[in-house]
Design a protein around this ligand. Sequence first.
Ligand SMILES: C[S@@+](CC[C@H](N)C(=O)[O-])C[C@H]1O[C@@H](n2cnc3c(N)ncnc32)[C@H](O)[C@@H]1O
Length: 331
Amino acid sequence: MTIVSAQPEAQKGNAAMYWSMAYKVSDALMLLTNGGALARLAAQPQTAPALADRLGWQADPLATVLDVLVRAGVLERQDDTYQVPAATAAVLPLIVMESQVRQWHAANQSLEKMVQQGVAADPLSQIPGASYLDNYQAAMAASARALALHLFRHGGLAKARKVVDIGGADGAVSVQLGQLMPVAAFAVVDRPPVAAHFQRRMATLAQPERFRFVADDVTRPDALLAVAADADAVIISNLLHLLGARHIRALLLALKEVLPSGCRVLVYDQFIDPAQFDAASMMVIDWVNLGSLFDLCDGDMVALLDTLGYADAAARRFPLLPGALVGATIP
Ligand SMILES: C[S@@+](CC[C@H](N)C(=O)[O-])C[C@H]1O[C@@H](n2cnc3c(N)ncnc32)[C@H](O)[C@@H]1O
C-alpha cells in the first residue's frame, strides 16, 4: 500500500507541532462531553455563564475552552450563545467511548507494550464494568441509521430475504435495515457476551421475530457457516479491523466456500483513504493496540476479494460516512 503524506484542512504549519498539540483539543472535547456540557448545549444553546451555573463549573475558563472548540470547528457560537452543530451531536456517544478507550489504553500502556514487546491489548474483553460495553454499543448504534441507508441503497440488497450481519453487535444496523427491507429476516452473529445487548434491543421492537442472535467467534467460525449457507446477503461492518490479516483472509475464504451463488457480500470498514489523513488513518493506532494491525485501503479489500474468487468486487465512498463500502457477489 502506498502511503501519501497529506495534511488535514485545519492543519497549518509544522505537522509535528500540530500533532503534538492536538491532544489538548481532544482532552477539552472529552471533558466537556463526559461532564455533560455538550449534551446540555445540544439540548439547548446557551451562554457560558448559564451552562457553568447548571453544571456548578467556573464560567470564565469554561468560556475560554468553548471558544477553542468553536475555532476547532466542533461547536458554533452566535453572539454569546454556544450551540452544538448536528455533525457533533451525532457523534457524542462515540466521543464518550473514545474517551474510555483512551484512558484504558493510557493506564494499560497499550501502545508501549505492543510496539516494544508485541503484547496486544483488547479493551473489549478486558475493561471491567458493564458501562464500557453499554457505551460501546451506544457508540456503534449512533451511526446505524446512516450506515443501513447506504448499505441498502448501494449494496444491491433489494431482493435479499435472508441477511447475515456478521459482527452485528446488538443488531442496531440490522434493525435499521429491517425497516427498509420489511420482509427480510436477519441473523446477527457476534460473540456470546453481546447476546444480552441484542436481547435488550429486541425488547424495544414491536416485531422482534425477524431477528435472531447467533453466538459465534468468527476467528473459529462454526454456527456462522451454518446460517450463511442459505443467505442472500452478508454484511461485515466494522468487524475486519478487529481481526488480523490471517483471520480476515480465512473468514472471507470460508464464506466464499459456503455462501450460495448470487449472494451479496458487503464489507464496510474504516479503510484508509491514501489521498488524505483522516479519522480512519488515526484509528490505525487503535488497531496497533489491539494487535490486528489493520491498515487496508478499500482497493486492498477489492484485490483480496478478487483473489479469493468473489465476483464484481468494487469499492465506494460516501460524503456522510467515514469509512468505505466494498461490495462483491458470490459467482
Ligand atoms: C465495531 S463493532 C461493529 C458493530 C456493527 N457491525 C456496526 O458496524 O456498527 C464490532 C463487533 O464485532 C464483534 N466481534 C469482534 N470480534 C469478533 C469475533 N472474533 N467474533 C464475533 N464477533 C466479533 C464485536 O463484539 C462487536 O460487536
